[in-house]
Design a protein around this ligand. Structure first.
Ligand code: SAH
Length: 351
């Protein structure tokens, strides 16, 4: 049993069962034993690999997309270049590298990283050495000025609530301690008004933090201009139980190894859209593979391939496939773009 599992069991014994959201928050961000507080999760030696860690082409394509959106909106002279949950800082490093030829972009950019984990902040600092970077804890600390923002695999680690359809209507899924282990149990009736006719056993997930963060970003973009590119795995609408734990590239039981495994849920893109559209506009949800192809990843892949041989060339071809092919990340991963109402949609998104 991990130390955090013992702490959660003690807490439940004292104060009663906890929600899935409370459980996720503790597992990921507990100040001493949380997964992101104590682990270096990314890369082959870590627990999972993200798109920017697969190939520089991911950051290059999306960096140029963001810079084009900045040009389309009149190249504002001072803007926030922000990333949510930057991991090792690779995505931002590739964005900065790809945009160094865009006249005025770097000079106007004030780089702000939203990162909760102190240990990942220090990794990001090393990756982005030579750039002037500021860190904040939450999006509520972002400056009120034009905002050009990216977020990759950030929204999937925000805490979700789960509700289950039972004979008594909807009941919240809770986590309790029994027989020396953590287990799921049904909580009180929940105020879920939607999906009245859902079959018994249906699981519904909500992510209030995702909606709140999206609304905060959309509010700044609506008032000051900008664009947000959000990429993650998920669906166009809720699809049931998607809570998953990953350790050492394998799926593991979410209730075991608290603080030692990454804990995520699929992103409900429709909910992000609804939150953003209250203030700004969104481009239609676009599959990652389609987006990267439209942004020119194949031409870039071919030009990089011309300089590679042997194993390096094979890895490069595999990386292109992994990012774009529908059987790999191309279809499961999706993107939305948030811009001010009436602004041009960012390059690569359906109009
Ligand atoms: N975007 C990166 C890393 C994804 S891992 C990549 O694509 O490689 C998730 C990142 O979000 C980590 O940096 C983690 O520390 C951060 N994070 C998770 N929950 C957070 C929260 N509530 N607030 C701020 N950062 C958070």
């Amino acid at each position: 049993m991990t130390e955090l599992t013992a702490i959660l069991q003690g807490q439940i014994a004292r104060s009663g069962p906890i929600s899935v959201a409370e459980f996720m928050t503790q597992c990921l961000l507990h100040p001493e034993h949380g997964y992101y507080t104590t682990h270096q999760p990314l890369g082959a030696a870590g627990d999972f690999v993200t798109a920017p860690e697969i190939s520089q082409m991911f950051g290059e394509m999306l960096g140029l997309c963001l810079a084009q959106a900045w040009l389309d909106q009149g190249a504002p002279a001072a803007f926030t270049l922000a990333e949510l949950g930057p991991g090792r800082g690779t995505f931002m490093a590739d964005i900065l590298h790809a945009t160094r030829g865009v006249a005025g972009f770097h000079a106007a950019a004030n780089i702000v990283l939203v990162e909760a984990s102190p240990s990942l902040r220090s990794v990001q600092q090393k990756t982005l050495l030579g750039y002037d970077v500021a860190w904040v804890q939450t999006v509520t600390e972002l400056p009120y000025c034009p905002l050009f923002l990216v977020a990759n695999e950030f929204f999937d680690c925000l805490p979700i609530n789960q509700y289950i359809r039972t004979d008594n209507g909807w009941q919240e899924q809770m986590i309790t301690a029994k027989d020396g282990a953590l287990g799921f149990m049904l909580g009180r009736a929940a105020p879920v008004e939607l999906f009245e006719d859902a079959p018994l056993g249906t699981v519904l997930e909500t992510c209030p933090a995702a909606a709140a963060i999206t609304a905060d970003i959309a509010r700044i973009i609506a008032a000051h201009g900008g664009a947000a590119l959000v990429l993650d795995y998920g669906e166009r609408q809720p699809v049931g139980d998607t809570l998953q734990a990953v350790q050492n590239h394998q799926k593991v039981d979410p209730l075991q190894n608290c603080g030692a495994a990454d804990l995520t849920a699929h992103v409900n893109f429709r909910a992000l859209e609804n939150a953003a559209n209250a203030f700004a506009q969104t481009a239609p949800i676009t599959a990652q593979g389609v987006l990267l192809e439209r942004l020119g990843i194949t031409a870039r892949a071919q030009s990089l391939a011309a300089r590679l041989h042997g194993g390096a060339l094979e890895n490069h071809i595999a990386a292109h496939r992994r990012l774009t092919h529908p059987d790999e990340m191309g279809q499961l991963f999706k993107a939305i773009a948030i811009t001010p109402k009436g602004a041009a949609q960012p390059a690569g998104f359906d109009t």
